[in-house]
Write a protein that binds this ligand. Sequence first.
Ligand SMILES: Cc1cc2nc3c(=O)[nH]c(=O)nc-3n(C[C@H](O)[C@H](O)[C@H](O)COP(=O)(O)O)c2cc1C
Length: 301
Amino acid sequence: MASLSGEVGGIRMESPVMLAAGILGTTGASLRRAALAGAGAVVTKSVGVAPREGHRGPTVVQVEGGLLNAMGLPNPSYRNFQEEIDIGRGGGAPVVASIFGAGAEEFVEVATGLDADGFELNLSCPHAERLGAEIGCEACNVEAITRAVKEEVNVPVWVKLTPNVADVVGLGLAAERGGADGVVAINTLRAMAIDVESGMPILGNRFGGLSGPAIKPVAVRCVYDLASALEIPVIGVGGIASWEDAAEMMMAGARGVQVGTALGMVEGYGVFRSIAAGLSAYLDRKGIGMEELVGLARRAR
Ligand SMILES: Cc1cc2nc3c(=O)[nH]c(=O)nc-3n(C[C@H](O)[C@H](O)[C@H](O)COP(=O)(O)O)c2cc1C
């Protein structure tokens, strides 16, 4: 069987198929379970400086082609989160802490307050005021926050980008200038759903972020554009549910992939092993290795 192990964004992993931030990554037990189920790395739910309850419900609704969520970054604060990371590490895969803040100072406080195998800077949540995408859509913020965190930690730092901008490559280049070890693309697309009987927006927050199969083509395009312009590795996320989806994302240039919505909507934790097994069998059938798969569509004419 073709080997899938290697380094992704500065972190060694047995498989390039990871758990995405915010999906089942709230507790150490669920992180550990994803790792034991074959995830190459697991990313936690985003944590910040202070505890937050998040938005009022409903916070998640199923729509055509995926999920719409407006959780509002609920979290217990980094001060109460180290234990979850430690439990998650019991699964044997690297644990990447997803962190957010209102500016460089808060990002640094959270990053220096946690011991993790890497950090993923959430500069892309589409539905939290003055956080996430609201600061992450400006290249100067992305660069400054990345640089500030990089100066203070000695583990790899990934920057998760928002697709809700005209120029995602500009944000990726800013992360690269700031010293990021990789970029993660994409977070959810700003979206909403309305109940036609009441005429009311369904989500408590009115609008939220769309994830799942509907956003895969957008994610593939973002990854393709980013991988064409950046030197640092790109990690693809958005609508990946099968090995074919993962192969497509890698052909666009992703060095690794993350799986979110498919965990709930398709087959649960088994998705990590089934994607990895499918990828490995595909590489065998084609007689190529991972390094040839990554970026294949960019080399093809
Ligand atoms: C319920 C839910 C919660 C999420 N929470 C976070 C989060 O805390 N931090 C983050 O960076 N992304 C979060 N995301 C975004 C996912 O990590 C991912 O970028 C997005 O859902 C696209 O991937 P998918 O189509 O595989 O779900 C969340 C997504 C969902 C559906």
